[in-house]
Design a protein around this ligand. Structure first.
Ligand code: GTP
Ligand code: SPV
Ligand code: MN
Length: 587
């Protein structure tokens, strides 16, 4: 049954159905009844396990194929006409060649399967900033996750009307053959095709594929920015709420910062933290000339391991209802979800993420390191009242950050917007389990967008510089590093809620409320200006955290020079100027 008269939509769906040959077609209308039926079907078919209905109402566990547990960057492509436009950081293939390959894989891929059609919106349906997509998939898991992560259903079709202005997404689990797994963006056709995976960022096409890779292209054309950023509101005891965006690479602390609990001393004084978003920000110049950010998502796809009552009670609370857990362990004593770092006491017996019997003696991890929860934003105890504001929130600060054991200090501020773009462009971080490949290798990850920028990285830097020119009161740009380690490899900074101590300084800098010391990198705090009261850190340690190792930075500069060289003459001259200045200051 068709539920739209949009001829563009029906023609496209018919052509995909003709190729994939599903047994039936089901439109996702967004109704509770339909989603409930699909949940039942998912449980019956073994795709999901229903968890303890009292402790975790409407929550489910899903286990993926053990070879399909993370994003696959080496199989992710940007297919635009000219290879140069994809740039040296993206995999590329000529579009017609790629279509040919993918159509081959799609051929008959849905035989004996149901084809689901999910109309979804990134952003508030009907708001001027919303963008619409339709994802065709043969996975109930995708349907049920998209129903949490995005706004879905008939209202989206109404908003699309008779336009062709929607992002086409085709997903098939195929055979899950990892040698033939492809996550492909065609930015010139507003099309995404994903085959042979059934895991998170590879298949929930609204997220990284659309809201970052395709949207970064749209933003460049339409003068806005699609960023891999959390959005956080910080309320001070005077009741003023100031907003920051933070770009950290995957599994480097966005969700945790977005939901942090202020340290006791702060809470007692009246500090509050409001979460607007934990992963993606769409940023525009507002009527007042400032930058305003919205979170286009409707749910959180968060890292499970390490999430505990102590580290992130807000996230834990968010997962207590209507949540899908992927690749966590099943605590068989009460049929609940469990993962390493969740509780002090380890369950005596569990079913691990592969579906095998597990005990603490097994010597393996019960939950996969990149196991995740998909939870509705509305469950979040600290969700911002501005979450549903169509205009979003005005941004005072932008924070870049990554995992660096040594080089990057706890925090520093850029000299101005263009220098801030430089700071973002030279970001580097240790790789994590969020993507397949080696973990712990330092790599450049500009603006945390390395796997997500849908066009030439240097053109993207230029876009940042151009956006700064279009903005009247630019946010101040900072870099943070919560992950500096001592010689034994222990984190020196306590992190989590204590990060508010740094964010307080950052926001004060944005409103000219605190002085700073100029250094080679920009500005760093005077140690006395970071409130350490009630923390386990003393001023001497803070001093060390803020130290800049000139020898390491000299090496860094020569690496950056080599890195920029990869992008040829597309690197904005403003960035070269910042690099030269940094080099001179280290002489
Ligand atoms: P994605 O969802 O992949 O984009 O990850 P994310 O950036 O949202 O990271 P998340 O907040 O889920 O944190 C990832 C890991 O980093 C978890 O294991 C956290 O426990 C850990 N982590 C987060 N914040 C901090 C921090 O301030 N200090 C330390 N030491 N670890 C942190
Ligand atoms: C990330 O890797 O940045 C994630 C998880 O948020 S995924 O959606 O799989 O990309
Ligand atoms: Mn996250």
């Amino acid at each position: 049954m068709d539920i739209t008269v949009n001829a563009h939509v029906t023609a496209w769906i018919n052509s995909v159905a003709a190729k994939t040959r599903p047994e039936g077609i089901v439109w996702i209308d967004g109704s509770k009844e339909q989603l409930n039926e699909l949940r039942e079907l998912a449980v019956k078919s073994g795709c999901m396990v229903r968890l303890n209905e009292e402790k975790l109402p409407n929550c489910f566990l899903h286990r993926t194929d053990p070879d399909d547990v993370a994003r696959v960057e080496n199989r992710t492509f940007i297919c635009c006409k000219n290879e140069e436009d994809a740039g040296p950081t993206n995999h590329w293939m000529e579009p017609s060649e790629m279509y040919c390959k993918l159509y081959g894989l799609l051929d008959g891929s849905m035989i004996e399967r149901t084809m689901y059609i999910i109309p979804y919106s990134m952003g508030i349906i009907g708001s001027p900033f919303a963008k619409y997509g339709i994802e065709i998939t043969d996975s109930i898991y995708v349907v049920l996750n998209m129903a949490i992560m995005t706004r879905i259903g008939c209202d989206v079709l109404t908003a699309i009307g008779n336009n062709e202005d929607f992002i086409k997404g085709i997903h098939t689990q195929g055979t899950l053959d990892k040698e033939n797994r492809y996550i492909v963006q065609f930015p010139e056709d507003n099309t995404i095709i994903s085959v042979n995976s059934n895991y998170g960022g590879n298949v929930l096409l609204g997220k990284k594929c659309f809201a970052l890779r395709i949207a970064s292209n749209l933003g460049r054309k339409e003068e806005w920015m699609a960023e891999h950023m959390l959005i956080l509101g910080v309320e001070n005891p005077q009741g003023e709420v100031r907003y920051v965006c933070g770009a950290f690479p995957s599994a480097c602390g966005k969700t945790n910062l977005a939901m942090m609990i202020p340290p006791d001393g702060y809470r007692l004084k009246g500090w509050k933290v409001w979460c607007v978003g934990d992963d993606i920000a769409w940023i525009r110049v507002g009527k007042d000339g400032r930058l305003w950010a919205v979170n286009p998502e409707y749910g959180f796809f968060g890292v499970a391991p390490g999430t505990s009552e102590k580290s992130n009670p807000n996230a834990l609370e968010t997962t207590r209802e209507g949540t899908i857990f992927t690749n966590v362990a099943l605590d068989t004593s009460d049929n609940t979800a469990w993962w390493e770092g969740m509780t002090k006491i380890t369950p005596a017996h569990a079913i691990d993420w592969r579906g095998n019997e597990w005990t603490p003696e097994s010597g393996t991890k019960a939950a996969h390191q990149n196991s995740r929860f998909t939870a509705p934003t509305k469950n979040c105890p600290c969700l911002s009242h501005k979450f549903e504001n169509p205009e979003g929130v005005p941004i005072s600060a932008i924070i870049f950050g990554g995992r660096r054991a040594k080089t990057a200090p706890l925090v520093y501020q850029s000299r101005d917007w263009n220098h801030g773009v430089f700071v973002g462009s030279i970001m580097a971080s240790e790789t994590t389990a969020a993507a397949t490949g080696k973990v712990g290798i330092v790599r450049r990850d500009p603006m945390a967008m390395l796997p997500f920028c849908g066009y030439h990285m240097a053109d993207y830097w230029q876009h940042w510089i151009d956006m700064g020119r279009k903005t009247i009161k630019q946010p101040k740009i900072f870099n943070v590093n919560w992950f500096r380690t001592d010689d034994e490899g222990h984190f020196i900074w306590p992190g989590f809620g204590d990060n508010l101590r740094v964010v307080e300084w950052i926001l004060k800098r944005c409103f000219d409320e605190v002085d700073a010391r100029e250094c080679e990198l920009g500005f760093v705090p005077y140690t006395a200006d970071i409130n350490l009261e009630g923390s386990e850190v003393d001023e001497k340690t803070l001093g060390e955290l803020l130290e800049i190792d000139r020898e390491l930075w000299k090496k860094e500069v020569s690496e950056i020079r080599e890195y920029y060289g990869k992008f040829g003459d597309r690197v904005p001259k403003e960035l070269w100027a910042s690099l030269n200045r940094l080099e001179d200051s280290l002489k």
